[in-house]
Ligand binder design. Structure first.
Ligand code: TMP
Ligand code: ASP
Length: 240
């Protein structure tokens, strides 16, 4: 495999950097060691956390891809980097909830841990100034962010991903409580699952003990426990 040359820094986010390559259709995504919550208000540096999230997200994207779902992921290059298809990100976050936790618990006054009889799908508008408000399909179309046709495709893929991942994690004795995914469009306007899927973007609870195995550890102030918690997820992925 030819070696990939990293060119210019195109974008730096809270936890990742994106670099151009000599191929205009491909980028390198670099996973940083930072962790943030509460819209960036709470921040920390956790040595080698980027290595874990790169590996976990690589594993999950390959798995999803094996079901024929198209993603931006091409291959993992090294500890901290992936080669991905270049996409224009759609500035929406698609959240799926299998169990009530986090913001919905506060917003609707429902106890954390409640199992709803239906799966709950939400959309947030990625806009720092507005603090990523919860919106619906009609708002997203009205804002010119996406079309109804594209939303239909994304809702179908999102529901598929939930079914695939729920079962996969349950086999590892992990409950997939909720997660957030993002999509982008490639040069041919194809919709690709993009960004990352990791304990930063999902809630994972141990099936037997309900122990939290995700970024809620950090949100509740236990930075020192984050690395080992994410490592535990990586180890469970690699078992079986
Ligand atoms: P929430 O309960 O804070 O709305 O989060 C629901 C799920 O989505 C949880 O697994 C965390 C993930 N998420 C992100 O990864 N980034 C975000 O900006 C938000 C709002 C949620
Ligand atoms: N929107 C929040 C953030 O900016 C989500 C979280 O608490 O993880 O990080």
């Amino acid at each position: 495999m030819s070696s990939i040359i990293k060119r210019n820094l195109l974008l730096e986010g809270k936890t990742k950097k994106i670099y151009s390559t000599d191929n205009p259709y491909e980028v390198i995504i670099h996973y940083k060691d930072s962790i943030t919550a509460l819209d960036g208000l709470k921040k920390d540096f956790l040595q080698d956390k980027g290595i874990l999230n790169n590996e976990i997200s690589t594993f999950i994207f390959k798995f999803i891809n094996s079901y024929g779902i198209q993603t931006h992921f091409i291959r993992r290059i090294n500890n901290r980097e992936q080669l991905c298809h270049k996409v224009d990100m759609i500035p929406l976050e698609f959240v799926v909830r299998n169990i009530i936790a986090g913001s919905i618990s506060k917003r609707l006054g429902v106890k954390e841990g409640t199992t709803p009889s239906n799966t709950i799908f939400e959309i947030c508008y990625k806009n720092d100034k507005l603090k990523d408000p919860l919106i619906n399909d009609h708002h997203a179309v009205f804002l010119g962010l996406i079309s109804y046709e594209e939303l239909n495709i994304i809702h179908r893929i999102t529901s598929n991903i939930n079914n695939i991942l729920k079962k996969f994690f349950l086999d590892k004795n992990i409950i997939l409580v909720d997660f957030k995914i993002e999509f982008g469009k490639d040069s041919k306007n194809q919709i690709l699952l993009s960004d990352e899927i990791s304990p930063d973007t999902c809630r994972f609870w141990d099936k037997k003990t309900s122990k939290k195995l995700d970024k809620d550890i950090f949100r509740s102030g236990l930075s020192e426990k984050v690395f080992n918690t994410y490592l535990e997820i990586l180890k469970r992925l690699n078992v079986g």
